[in-house]
Design a protein around this ligand. Structure first.
Ligand code: PLP
Length: 421
C-alpha cells in the first residue's frame, strides 16, 4: 500500500469500518463493557480472545448429550465424543496452512512443546545445540532448558538477541547464526511472533536455513495462529505448537494445537511419549499391550481429550472458516497500519513503537515502549476503558484483532492515549 493510500484511507474511521467486508463478525462476539457501560476498547485478543456468542450453545449441546445419553454419547452424541477431535482437524489445519494429517488439537501449549521436543530434540555427538530467542516467552525457555537437562546437555542453549540499541532481531542475524552453529545445531525453536515485541519471523527463510544446517526447525505459534497467514506445509516446518485461547478465541485454558510435517507422518522410529489416544483407531479398543501409533500428528495424542474445550474451539473455528485467514490478514494489515499511523501522529517522544513497521515482520500487535515507566500511563488508559496489557519492564501491548476490532477502536484508543500523555 502506498503512502498516499494510507493517508486518504486514514481520514475517517467510520468510512473504513463501513467498507470493511468483515465488519459483521464483530456482532458474533461478546464485547466486555467499560465502566460507563459502553463497549470497552478490547485490544487484548493476543492474550485472551473474546467469546463467540455461539460458544455457549456448542458447550450446552455436549452437556445435553451427556445428560440424555450418558456413556452412549461417545458413539451417539450429535457430534460423537470418540472421534470429536476430528471435527476440528480440517478447520485448524486451514488456520495454520497444514494438511489434516499434519494437524491435531490436544493438550495445552507447553505440554505439546515438550511432546515435540521428546521426538525432535535428539542430541548426538557434537550436534547438541538449540537456538531460541533471547526474551522468549518464559514457558518456552523453561521447556527447552529442562529438555537439555533431561539429556544432560550443558551449554546447549544459544539465545539470539537484537543488536545493541535495537529492539528486534534482524532476519540476517538469525540466518547467520544458524549457518555459524552449523553442524553443532540440532534444533531451531522460535516463536512465530514474539509475544513481547510483536516481531514476526520469516519462518520460511529460517526453516530453509535450519534444514541447510541439517537441523530440525519448530515454531511456537501462540501469537501467530489466527493472526498471520501461515503455510506450515509449504514452508516445510518440521513441527509447531500453539494455544487456542489467544487469537483463536477458544476460552481460558483452551485446548491447544500441534503440527507435525507430513514427511514425519510415518517416522515411527522417533522417540515419543505414548498413550492410548495415539494408538491405531481400528485396534485401540482391543486393549492390547503393544503401542501401534497412528500416522501423522494424531499419533502424538496421549489421552482422550476434553469435549467441552473442543466444543468451544469448534464454535470459534467455524467462524474462522467463514471469515478465512486471508481476508482476516488483509484487514489486519490495514487496521494495524492505521493504528500505527495515528500513534505516530501523536508525536510524543514519551512513547516508542518497538514492533517493526514492515507488515511482513509483524502481526496485528503493536508494542509501545513507555519511556517514563512511573508515569501511570497504563493505569490512565485503563481507567478510560482501554483493555490493553502491560509487560515488564516497559511495554504496553495493543492488539487490534480483525475479527472484532474496528477502525473506530483504533481512533478512540489513539485519542485516549494522546489525552493521557
Ligand atoms: C501464551 C504463551 C504460552 C503459554 O503456554 P501455556 O502452556 O498455554 O500455558 C507459551 N509460549 C508462548 C510463546 C506464549 O505466547
Amino acid at each position: 500500500m502506498s503512502e498516499t493510500n494510507i493517508e486518504s484511507e486514514a481520514e475517517c474511521a467510520a468510512s473504513l469500518d463501513e467498507a470493511d467486508s468483515l465488519k459483521h463478525f464483530r456482532e458474533r462476539f461478546l464485547i466486555p463493557k467499560a465502566a460507563d457501560g459502553s463497549d470497552a476498547i478490547y485490544f487484548t485478543g493476543n492474550s485472551l480472545g473474546l467469546q463467540p456468542k455461539t460458544t455457549r450453545a456448542y458447550i450446552e449441546a455436549e452437556l445435553d448429550d451427556w445428560a440424555r445419553l450418558g456413556v452412549e454419547g461417545h458413539l451417539h452424541a450429535e457430534h460423537p465424543w470418540l472421534p470429536y477431535h476430528e471435527f476440528l482437524t480440517e478447520k485448524m489445519a486451514r488456520v495454520v496452512g497444514g494438511l489434516p494429517i499434519e494437524t491435531v488439537v490436544m493438550n495445552s501449549l507447553t505440554v505439546n512443546l515438550h511432546l515435540m521436543l521428546v521426538s525432535f530434540y535428539r542430541p548426538e555427538g557434537k550436534r547438541r545445540k538449540i537456538i531460541i530467542e533471547k526474551g522468549a516467552f518464559p514457558s518456552d525457555r523453561y521447556a527447552v532448558e529442562s529438555q537439555l537437562k533431561f539429556h544432560s546437555v550443558a551449554d546447549g542453549l544459544i539465545e539470539l538477541a537484537p543488536r545493541e540499541g535495537e529492539s528486534t532481531v534482524r532476519t540476517d542475524d538469525i540466518l547467520d547464526a544458524i549457518e555459524r552453529v552449523g553442524d553443532e545445531l540440532t534444533l531451531v525453536m522460535l516463536g512465530g511472533v514474539n509475544y513481547y515485541t510483536g516481531q514476526a519471523f520469516d519462518m520460511e527463510a529460517i526453516t530453509d536455513a535450519g534444514h541447510r544446517a541439517g537441523a530440525i526447525v519448530g515454531f511456537d505459534l501462540a501469537h501467530a495462529a489466527g493472526n498471520l497467514e501461515l503455510k506450515l506445509n509449504d514452508w516445510n516446518v518440521d513441527f509447531a505448537v500453539w494455544c487456542s485461547y489467544k487469537y483463536l478465541n477458544a476460552g481460558p485454558g483452551g485446548i491447544a494445537g500441534a503440527f507435525v510435517h507430513e514427511q514425519h507422518a510415518r517416522s515411527f522410529e522417533l522417540p515419543r511419549f505414548a498413550g492410548w489416544w495415539g494408538h491405531d483407531k481400528e485396534t485401540r479398543f482391543l486393549m492390547g499391550p503393544d503401542f501401534v501409533p497412528l500416522e501423522g500428528a494424531e499419533g502424538w495424542q496421549i489421552s482422550n481429550p476434553p469435549i467441552f474445550q473442543m466444543a468451544a474451539l469448534r464454535a470459534s473455528l467455524d467462524i474462522f472458516d467463514e471469515a478465512t485467514m486471508s481476508a482476516l490478514r488483509t484487514k489486519s494489515v490495514k487496521l494495524t497500519a492505521h493504528l500505527e499511523r495515528l500513534l505516530r501522529e501523536i508525536g510524543s517522544d514519551r512513547i516508542e513503537i518497538i514492533t517493526p513497521s514492515d507488515p511482513q515482520q509483524r502481526g496485528c500487535q503493536l508494542s509501545i515502549r513507555v519511556k517514563d515507566v512511573k508515569s501511570g500511563l497504563f493505569e490512565a488508559i485503563t481507567a478510560r476503558g482501554v483493555v490493553a496489557d502491560w509487560r515488564e519492564p516497559d511495554v504496553i501491548r495493543v492488539a487490534p484483532v480483525p475479527l472484532y476490532n474496528t477502525f473506530k477502536d483504533a481512533e478512540d484508543f489513539a485519542k485516549i492515549l494522546r489525552e493521557c500523555l
